[in-house]
Design a protein around this ligand. Structure first.
Ligand code: COA
Ligand code: AMP
Length: 631
């Protein structure tokens, strides 16, 4: 099958295409209805099918005789530990933890919030929730207590699962004080918290509410899989939007399982028994899809890595893990390779390892700049595949479909639309633009299985945020173009979302925090180019009239506030005082123009601008501070 034939069939007859792919799963009730509409009028996949995602990720492989095969390898250079779980061992741990949750009253449809570092128990907790037909919401460990509290109030979990600490490069981060702080701030109170005590830090447990993971596991009765409808939610994953309020992306069970299983073969060329490593974090969508569900649904071995690309202990870490565990496909963010390149530009550390099993390196999460693409390809000697996707899609929208047909790569392009995705470039009026013209990347409906059907508890936000700009299309928030060969080039966000070290962040949220400072009249946060992290946020701050303040002190206070509210992961380190912000005559800050200035791109001055002189002034300030970059 060529890519062209596979793609054409997915677009011309999506029902037949996805009906065939669904047959690769062992359903409890095989779906007859392939595509239908839900009460919101949204197209849904496999509505009358019944399944259990944990069963498909674990039990099915044991039934098929692969119980002794490695399901999960935990590799933690920061604690000098490694542990291997066979499919049978992982299923037993998961069933037992499902018993722990069940004893706390968790039933189908309940939410369980997971706030854990990159350890095997985070995966065990996720799968245990899925086993009960409940809904997990994993919160990335780098978020601070107020962010965690917002998610607790939105998801309203019956139980929270956490650990005593996470370990970053050379520092131990106690999680329990952050969780306690978040619970004190949140209006919603869970019935129980299950806390894994790690040797590095002992957490204080609150009698009557907090349970010790080990003790609860010792007493638990293993729980079996609960059948759910294909359209029932598997998880909620919060992601940054343009406002301070994070969006709870909902993933269903059926479409998700079908799409991820298909992707493991079609995109990543993985077969049962192969080792797949997504060097991400379970707190992000890449972690959900390709540390946990994708590899396990495909009967592969997945790797949970508690470490960094560098300094744990050196820039050879990725190559060491690939060699030691026989990784066939490695998936990471470009920023990780930029970090490796910075410390080991000649790839000398790589020479120490046997990478003969490694076939392909995949990258996503941010734009893969051609120099990083070329460097990684040249030093590793492996094909490097850039692929574009979002939390909302849950799997790649554009990729080089290595398992169908490896197409020639073009640096700067995430190759072609993946089967199932009807990718169009639209002009401002919604017209489909010809090859070479830059516009908004939009997906013609229906979206393929696996993509979000709504925002948790807020369908209107889904509709207004994604479906209203261009009727009949999902609007991605990214801009780009297609070339004459149909290759897609992603040029960056068209809204106020930025990408820092592969982490998606909202500038709007940072602006809300900065604007709350008593000296600040107004502000704009923009993403400026950063050689390592792709982008870094910079605050442009206008002071209230008459305020006299040391600029360095103000910067330090604003940096501390953003870190305290959002977390260290925001990487907000720079704030500069400006005299004016460019605005339209109606008072709207021209953020797009600010982004263009900061990126060192050409810009034209809009006729609606109130104060054109402000532009040159800001350009001069950014230049003086070394913040003008070329993206
Ligand atoms: N828990 C607690 N804190 C965390 C954290 C976590 N899970 N993850 C990051 N942080 C903290 C870091 O310790 C750092 O704190 P600091 O300001 O006190 O130093 C801060 O958040 C910023 O982290 P980061 O942007 O990751 O910078 P870094 O210098 O620690 O590491 C890289 C740089 C490039 C090595 C790292 O960003 C990386 O590996 N990125 C890949 C990202 C990725 O996999 N994204 C997933 C999408 S595929
Ligand atoms: P997230 O939801 O955190 O996965 O972030 C999604 C956003 O990251 C997308 O909307 C893009 O802006 C960006 N992104 C992800 N992958 C790529 C890629 N391969 N090329 C360019 N941008 C990307």
């Amino acid at each position: 099958m060529t890519y062209q034939a596979e793609y054409a069939r997915s677009i011309e007859d999506p029902q037949a295409f996805w009906g065939d792919k669904a047959a690769a799963l062992k359903w409890f009730r095989v779906p007859q209805q392939i595509l239908s509409r839900d009460e919101n009028g949204v197209e849904r996949w496999f509505a009358d099918g019944e399944l259990n995602t944990c069963y498909l990720a674990l039990d099915v492989h044991i039934e098929q005789g692969r119980g002794e095969q490695a399901a999960l390898i935990f590799d933690s250079p920061v604690t000098s530990t490694q542990k291997r779980y066979s499919y049978t061992e992982l299923r037993d741990q998961v069933a037992r933890f499902a018993g722990v949750l069940s004893a706390q009253g968790v039933v189908k449809g309940d939410r369980v919030l997971i706030y854990m570092p990159m350890i095997a128990e985070a995966v065990i907790a996720m799968l245990a929730v899925a086993r009960l037909g409940a809904v997990h919401s994993v919160v990335f460990g780098g978020f601070a207590a107020p962010e965690l509290a917002v998610r607790i109030d939105d998801a309203r979990p019956r139980v929270v699962v956490s650990a005593s600490c996470g370990i970053e490069i050379a520092k131990v981060i106690p999680y329990k004080p952050l969780l306690d702080d978040a619970l004190a701030r949140a209006a919603h109170k869970p019935d129980a918290c299950v806390v894994l005590q790690r040797p590095e830090v002992k957490a204080e447990l609150l009698p009557g509410r907090d349970l010790d993971w080990q003790a609860a596991m010792a007493q638990a009765t293993p729980a079996d899989c609960v059948p759910v409808k294909a359209t029932d939610p598997l998880y909620i994953l919060y992601t940054s939007g343009t406002t301070g309020r994070p969006k709870g992306v909902v993933r269903d069970n059926g479409g998700h399982a079908v799409a991820l299983k298909y992707s493991m073969q079609a995109i990543y060329n993985m077969n049962p028994g192969d080792v797949f490593w997504a060097a991400s974090d379970v707190g992000w969508v890449v972690g959900h899809s390709y540390i946990v569900y994708g590899p396990l649904l495909a009967g592969c071995t997945t790797l949970v890595y508690e470490g960094k690309p560098v300094r744990t202990p050196d820039a050879g870490a990725f190559w060491r893990v690939c060699a030691e565990h026989g990784v066939k496909a490695l998936f990471a963010a470009p920023t990780a390779f930029r970090a490796i390149k910075k410390e080991d530009p000649e790839g000398q550390l790589l020479q120490q390892y046997d990478l003969s099993k490694l076939q392909t390196i995949f990258m996503a999460g941010e734009r893969l700049d051609p120099p990083t693409y070329e460097w990684t390809r040249d030093i590793s000697g492996k094909p490097v595949v850039d692929h574009w996707w979002q939390t909302e899609s849950g799997w790649a929208i554009c990729a080089n479909p290595v398992g169908i047909e490896m197409l020639p790569a073009k640096p700067g392009s995430s190759t072609v639309p993946v089967p199932g995705y009807n990718v169009q470039i639209l002009g401002p009026g919604g017209d489909e633009l010809p090859a070479g013209e830059q516009g908004i990347l939009a997906l013609k409906l229906p979206l393929p299985p696996g993509c979000l059907p709504t925002i948790w508890g807020d369908f209107e936000r889904f509709k207004s945020g994604y479906l209203s700009d261009f009727p009949g299309y999902y609007s991605s928030g990214d801009g780009g173009y297609k070339d004459a060969d149909g290759y897609v080039f992603i040029m960056g966000r068209t809204d106020d979302v930025i990408n820092v070290a592969g982490h998606r962040l909202s500038t709007g949220e940072m602006e809300e925090i900065i604007a709350a400072h008593p000296a600040v009249a107004e502000c704009a946060v923009i993403g400026v180019h950063d050689d390592l992290k792709g982008q870094q946020p910079v605050g442009l701050v206008l002071l209230k009239d008459g305020v006299e303040l040391d600029e360095a002190r103000l910067e330090a206070e604003l940096v501390a506030s953003v870190r305290q509210v959002i977390g260290a992961v925001a990487c907000f380190k720079r704030a500069v005082v400006v005299q004016r912000l460019p605005k339209t005559r109606s008072g709207k800050i021209l953020r797009k123009l600010l982004r263009q200035i900061a990126d060192g791109n050409e810009y034209s001055i809009p006729s609606t601008i109130d104060d054109p002189a402000s532009l040159a002034e800001i350009e001069a300030i950014l230049n003086r501070r070394g913040l003008l970059g070329k993206s």
